[in-house]
Design a protein around this ligand. Structure first.
Ligand SMILES: [Zn+2]
Length: 300
């Protein structure tokens, strides 16, 4: 409890700062992590936005519906959780790893278009966790779309495609990377929120959590969510283990920090434990037929 107190004070202070900042356009504040003394990136609060995304934000009118068709009471159909990273063009020969972590805008558009046409709905991870905990309805026939790391193309490219299809996704943000080159800033993350997307946490600096001492582990897990929550003005309920690395201790700390679910990079398996959820990796060389099989073999 002693450890929680500064965190809570930091949260309250940050929430007040956010409220103030909403009333004073142009003022921006450091995240709660910095207030509480954790994870300060050294970036001044008024530093300009990442130039790649500093252009005026487009007006986002369409807020995707978060509702889904519920399964009959007592039933919990499998929910394929798809794992994306970048949505961009990559030269496969020049950057094989980058290629495998990326889908092109056309690929994403085709995949989401097929999901929609095939009658699949989307469910955010917070709603899926509520279903698994027996605290909310379970979707009858839905997939969960997750985007890791908070790259700029989540805002510039993935968001418009999601909106075109009226689908929702969960975006896992690395709190300490926000606003750095290649990563979204808080205005872009708030725009995702405003469009009905879920903002989840993915640690402060993307370390291998299994290699950390308890103190640092708690900071990486708890402070990232606190910092993001302070900036988006909503609870952050969903966590994603960096690099998919977790242990019993990591799971326990994530649970203790107040999250309701955590995703891994385990490629397949049962959805019994909300804190070790497997996902289906969507890589650059996955064909549309491959994706169709991936989904329909698990949820016809
Ligand atoms: Zn990651």
């Amino acid at each position: 409890m002693k450890r929680l107190l500064p965190v809570m004070l930091g949260l309250i202070l940050a929430a007040v700062l956010v409220l103030i900042s909403e009333q004073e356009p142009g003022r921006r504040f450091a995240p709660a992590g910095a207030v509480a003394g954790f994870g300060h990136s050294g970036r001044a609060a008024d530093e300009p936005l990442n130039p790649a995304v500093a252009a005026p934000l487009p007006t986002l009118s369409a807020v995707a519906p978060q509702g889904f068709t519920p399964a009959p009471p007592g039933e919990r159909p499998y929910v394929p959780i798809l794992m994306y990273h970048y949505v961009r063009y990559v030269d496969r020969a020049a950057d094989p790893l980058g290629f495998s972590l990326s889908v092109t805008p056309e690929q994403l558009d085709a995949q989401l278009g097929w999901l929609k046409a095939a009658g699949y709905e989307t469910v955010r991870m917070d709603a899926l966790a509520a279903c698994m905990r027996g605290e909310g309805p379970c979707p009858l026939r839905a997939v969960a779309l997750t985007f890791d790391d908070g790259y700029t193309d989540a805002f510039t490219t993935a968001l418009p495609i999601l909106q075109r299809h009226g689908l929702v996704a969960t975006f896992y943000i690395v709190s300490g990377f926000v606003g750095q080159p290649g990563y979204m800033g808080w205005p872009e993350i708030r725009a995702l929120r405003d469009a009905g997307m879920e903002i989840g946490a993915h640690s402060m600096t993307h370390p291998d959590l299994t290699g950390l001492g308890l103190e640092e582990l708690r900071a990486q897990v708890g402070q990232s969510g606190a910092a993001i929550s302070a900036e988006v003005g909503q609870p952050v309920l969903s966590f994603c283990y960096p690099g998919g690395r977790f242990s019993d201790t990591v799971v326990a700390v994530t649970r203790e920090a107040g999250y309701t679910s955590a995703t891994t990079t385990i490629q397949d398996g049962p959805q019994s434990d909300p804190f070790t959820l497997p996902r289906l990796r969507i890589s650059g060389d996955l064909t549309l037929e491959g994706l169709q099989w991936m989904v329909t073999s698990r949820l016809p």
